[in-house]
Design a protein around this ligand. Structure first.
Ligand code: ADP
Ligand code: MG
Length: 267
């Protein structure tokens, strides 16, 4: 119902047309042989050591793994926030490493919704204003942005908190504001870094139901980093990142690139 509200919301139509918003034909994400190391001073910390990954349009894939295994690093590469040292990254039919910096910014801004592990909300702005930031950056009028922002905050159960600033919200509330902001531009690809880590037993599954509806009913693609066993039943597949590689795939449903969702978890 929530997703229906979001998609039926005519405010989406106020978004300016973007030429490259065509649906991906098959794969939303393809990653081949991606390497990434952090260098600081004379120290090099290798993190990703040849990651291969393919996620079909419409899938909801979880990425798990020990703390420090590189989950946030990999998600940041998929979100065009970090650049790998080498390898190939294709997002929504775009070869990310072949794009110039403005091209990457547009891809990230217009087609990717990123839920940061530490929320990254702007202090001094209200919850509603935080959610509106991506819309305003795309040239949507303040009035239309507020309308859309209100729908999103209601969808994540924060109708009563729209005027509150992040410092006056609980971690779980901040997490839901961050999700609402990530959905503001109606992105094709949703990347969420531990989006239920601060949520209680009721709100964790609620957030996952929302994400599942967006993938199942609207064909969005979601990649969710999580340790949260409570929400594993919502995944099509769980990928495991260890020693710099995706080493294990647990097939929970039977997704296929063309017709994902035949055996979806009822959310
Ligand atoms: P995870 O999300 O799986 O916990 P991260 O991707 O955050 O892992 O980090 C992987 C490794 O890279 C960790 O050892 C972390 O300390 C290190 N790391 C992360 N970001 C940086 C950075 N900006 N500079 C140096 N090392 C980093
Ligand atoms: Mg992390």
């Amino acid at each position: 119902m929530i997703a229906n509200q979001l998609s039926a919301n005519s405010d989406l139509q106020v978004l300016p047309a973007v030429g490259h918003l065509a649906r991906p034909t098959q794969w939303a994400v393809r990653v081949e042989a991606v390497h990434k190391a952090y260098r600081r001073g004379g120290t090099t910390t290798p993190v990703l050591n040849g990651v291969d990954l393919a996620v079909a349009a419409g899938e909801c894939v979880f990425l798990a793994g020990p703390s420090g295994s590189g989950k946030t690093t990999l998600l940041s590469i998929l979100g065009c926030i970090l650049t790998p040292d080498r390898g190939r990254v294709q997002i929504l039919d775009r070869d990310v490493l072949a794009l110039d910096p403005p091209g990457r910014v547009c891809l990230r801004r217009d087609q990717i919704g990123f839920v940061f592990q530490r929320f990254n909300l702007i202090r001094g702005l209200t919850a509603l204003e935080n959610v509106c930031v991506p819309l305003v950056l795309r040239g949507v009028s303040a009035r239309a942005a507020h309308r859309r922002g209100r729908v999103l905050l209601e969808a994540v159960g924060l109708a009563e908190k729209m005027g509150a600033q992040p410092q006056n919200l609980s971690a779980g509330e901040c997490q839901r504001v961050a999700l609402a902001r990530a959905l503001a531009n109606n992105p094709e690809l949703i990347l969420a870094d531990e989006p239920t880590a601060s949520l209680d037993a009721a709100n964790g599954p609620e957030v996952m139901k929302l994400l599942r509806r967006l993938t199942t009913e609207e064909g969005k693609t979601a990649i969710v980093v999580t340790h949260d066993q409570r929400i594993f039943p919502f995944a099509d597949r769980v990928l495991w990142l260890e020693n710099g590689r995706v080493v294990e795939t647990e097939q929970l449903a039977s997704p296929s690139p063309a017709g994902v969702g035949a055996q979806r978890v009822e959310a």
